[in-house]
Design a protein around this ligand. Structure first.
Ligand code: ADP
Ligand code: MG
Length: 253
């Protein structure tokens, strides 16, 4: 049976204090802690537990494919990436300013890894984020059209402080997805930050969106306040395979 005090604490949402009540009070009396100090300890514990709970919730809601951070990233393997720009991005000022970060490059060079690291840092700093692949965009648009909820979908993707759209360009968007994408980019313009990754250079975006005029309108808004990381290195995945002897390592001539 719970003590009434524990019950009240739970009702107030002070679950951590409720669970640790015996230990905390015993500790306080053992160390001759003042009333104010004791109260301060309780409030700090509850505050920290709330903060980490909210952080975990925001990470879950972001639907990241994995949780690698910038500390797991080997810059020496990818010298075309400006560490200074990465550091500037990690300050998350671009989010407050509604700016964008675009990561371009061939497969395996770390675009998704960097996008996830940027998102995790933003979430840690208090932002809300949502990660989508271009495939998710197309599939969700199809579903929403059938259900007649397209405008709700555009609102949903306009809301988070940071929207990550990964793998733009592997498949061309159909007309519906291209139009929704344009609406989302327009709504977020100068208000909500976007991180976008693509294996296609900007010249090829006409083909990605199936329409040069639409692609230009999208690029116009995306790039007005944006930093582009043009990654030119080798695939990290292939490096690992080469190390394992699966692929021949090309010798310098
Ligand atoms: P891309 O999105 O460009 O195709 P990924 O970000 O998915 O590439 O990277 C492929 C794999 O290699 C991932 O497991 C990623 O964590 C790892 N990786 C890529 N580049 C680096 C790097 N410079 N340092 C550490 N791991 C890397
Ligand atoms: Mg990727």
């Amino acid at each position: 049976m719970k003590y009434p005090l524990e019950e009240r604490l739970h009702q107030l949402g002070w679950h951590l204090t409720a669970h640790q009540l015996d230990g905390l009070t015993e500790d306080a009396s053992k160390h001759n802690v003042s009333y104010l100090e004791f109260f301060h300890t309780l409030v700090s514990l509850e505050w920290e537990s709330r903060q980490s709970g909210q952080l975990a919730k925001r990470v879950k809601r972001a639907k990241l494919p994995y949780t690698k951070t910038i500390h797991d990233f080997d810059f020496s393997f990818q010298p075309s990436i400006s560490e200074q720009r990465v550091k500037e991005t990690l300050t998350c000022r671009y989010i407050a300013n509604g700016e964008n970060r675009i990561l371009l490059g061939p497969p395996g060079v770390g675009k998704t890894h960097l996008a996830v690291s940027f998102a995790l840092e933003a979430i840690t700093q208090g932002a809300t984020a949502l990660f989508l692949t271009a495939d998710d965009v197309a599939a969700e648009c199809q579903k929403a059209e059938v259900k007649g909820t397209l405008s709700r979908l555009v609102s949903k993707w306009s809301r988070p402080d940071l929207l990550i759209i990964d793998e733009v360009g592997y498949f061309p968007f159909d007309e519906l997805a291209a139009n929704v994408f344009f609406q989302v980019v327009s709504r977020r313009y100068e208000k909500g930050a976007i991180i976008l990754t693509s294996n296609k250079s900007y010249i090829e975006w006409g083909k990605v969106f199936g329409d040069d005029v639409l692609a230009t309108a999208i690029l116009d808004r995306l790039l007005h306040h944006a930093v582009t990381f043009n990654i030119k290195g080798e695939s990290y995945r292939l490096r690992e395979k080469k190390k394992a002897g699966v692929f021949p390592v090309s010798k310098p001539k």
